[in-house]
Design a protein around this ligand. Structure first.
Ligand code: F6P
Length: 500
């Protein structure tokens, strides 16, 4: 296929061209649990918000570029009011570009599938954050049921057509098998696993490991962020299932079906973010945030996360505490502004983490504050896209301290947003992003002293050194951008032939 050439710098235009030339005539369906846009009631009015999290950050610009169909769980309290009888709505509401089809789940299904098996079993299983996974049979039953429900929604859309399906994440590990069994010859399926894949010692405790591996091996392509996770997956298959592993092609053949296992580091829309972050709307949002927070004359250290135990938020706070102990000259000179979005709050460990963060913030502020200065400002709220970009512009440093993270797109968003060339990134070596962003100041979040010294080093870089490092970081994200990630996966997907 001539236009599946090796593009060196992928742009939105290249991706659009690929999709237009090669996908037209076929259905193109993205499936994820989390929806890109949620409709909620706010002060008696319906408000449309863009969802949080890596999958949405990455895929929304792609879907906007290709007018496909996105199937996801409709979890907003006003979602049903705005969709048609098939659960469909065009998004984004201010400039509709693609169709969102909502799958409706019961409270029990959400509890068992999302809070239960996905986030109390698979999430801690895959992240080495030393939280014990909980495997409940009833959660597993809902996990199976919800995967079937998603399959029904997809199959209804496919009808008698041929379709390319792109599944996202660990909530839908069984979906490829259900789809292939129902309409295998008409479907070509890629699946991207957005979180780490653990080593075998960890994975082998999962009671449903065979079903999960078999589900994933029904895909034509299975993607991970980094080679290490790909290798862990292949190792798990090797030890658990009868199959042929082709070490040259990095593929697994089982029951006559081949799955290519690939590392594809996800990214962000570098050009879009870079441009928008200095638009009038973002400039205005910067002013509003500057009025809201007492940052004047201070060096600002930023943190921004979903509040999750994998993100190393208490570790980050303790590193700031140590910085103020060890280098008291920073007292009244710095502010650490941590923005957090409440997440998965019905799970006990997340509630406990919120309490722990409150306690640590309170202790640090009590210990170091003066009459008119608190070192830590903790804000829990959802930011719109413009507010998010404005937030990044407030920072002298952005600190990402995940204990384990598949990629971490906050790091890449921050770098992309600083087209002024200012700012510096302090980044955990346990993120996928650290493999690419080697000019950041890399830290071990478990090592409080080294972490504190990393922040100190970042605050003390000369302008010249900082600018050089930021320039290199920006070049990497510009090259390895989101269109490259999608373009590479789709180019490989498009090489498959339909069986009938
Ligand atoms: O980063 C991993 C991830 O699962 C993303 O795939 C997802 O968008 C994000 O975490 C947010 O999680 P949730 O959908 O539970 O809010």
């Amino acid at each position: 296929m001539s236009s599946l050439k090796e593009v060196t710098m992928w742009t939105k235009g290249d991706l659009q061209k690929l999709i237009k030339e090669k996908l037209s005539g076929y259905k193109f369906i993205v499936v994820s649990n989390r929806q890109p846009y949620v409709h909620v009631m706010k002060k008696g009015k319906i408000e449309c918000q863009r969802g949080a999290g890596g999958v949405i950050t990455a895929l929304d610009p792609i879907m906007q570029a290709c007018n496909g169909l996105w199937v996801a769980y409709g979890n907003g309290d006003a979602d049903r009011r705005v969709t048609d009888a098939e659960g469909k709505i065009m998004v984004p509401s201010e400039n509709p570009k693609y169709t969102l089809k909502r799958v409706w789940l019961t409270k029990e299904e959400e509890d068992g599938h999302y809070y239960g098996f996905s986030n109390e079993a698979l999430w801690p299983l895959c992240h080495m954050a030393f939280q014990r996974p909980v495997f409940k049979n009833s959660d597993w039953e809902y996990y199976v049921q919800v995967n079937k429900k998603f399959a029904e929604a997809v199959l209804k859309e496919v009808g008698k057509k041929k379709a390319f399906i792109w599944i996202q994440d660990y909530h839908l590990a069984l979906l490829p098998k259900i789809l292939k069994e129902a309409a295998g010859k008409r479907l070509i399926i890629a699946h991207f696993w957005h979180i780490p894949w653990p080593n075998f010692e960890t994975f082998r405790i999962c009671p449903q490991k065979h079903d999960i591996l078999e589900g994933l091996l029904s895909n034509d392509i299975l993607g991970f962020h980094i080679r290490h996770h790909r290798d862990n997956f292949i190792d798990a298959v090797d030890r658990e299932l009868e199959s042929k592993i082709d070490k040259e092609r990095f593929s697994v053949i089982r029951s006559g079906h081949e799955t290519l296992i690939r590392p594809h580091p996800i990214s962000v829309d570098f050009e879009g973010i870079s441009e928008t972050s200095h638009s009038p709307a973002v400039n205005a949002a910067v002013e509003i945030l500057r009025e809201e927070f007492p940052l004047k004359g201070k060096r600002v250290i930023l943190g921004l996360d979903r509040i999750d135990y994998t993100k190393g938020i208490p570790e980050r706070l303790l590193a700031v505490d140590r910085l103020l102990e060890k280098y008291p000259k920073f007292k009244e000179k710095i502010v650490f502004l941590q923005m957090g979005e409440i997440s998965r709050i019905h799970i006990g460990k997340y509630k406990a983490l919120n309490d722990e963060i409150n306690r640590v913030v309170e202790e640090i502020n009590w210990k170091h504050s003066t009459d008119d200065w608190d070192p830590v400002i903790m804000v829990r709220r959802h930011l719109s896209f413009h507010e998010l970009l404005a937030f990044y512009r407030l920072g002298d440093l952005c600190v990402v301290s995940s204990l384990h993270d598949g990629m971490n797109l906050v790091a890449k968003e921050f770098v992309s947003s600083r087209s002024d060339g200012e700012g510096m990134l302090v980044l955990s070596q346990f993120t996928g992003a650290a493999r690419e962003l080697t000019d950041a100041i890399l830290i071990n979040p478990y090592d409080r002293e080294q972490f504190c010294d990393g922040i100190f080093q970042a605050l003390n870089l000369s302008d010249d050194e900082r600018h050089k490092r930021m320039e290199k970081l920006r070049q990497i994200v510009q090259h390895n951008n989101i269109y490259r990630w999608a373009g590479k996966i789709l180019s490989e997907l498009l090489r498959f032939e339909f069986k009938e």
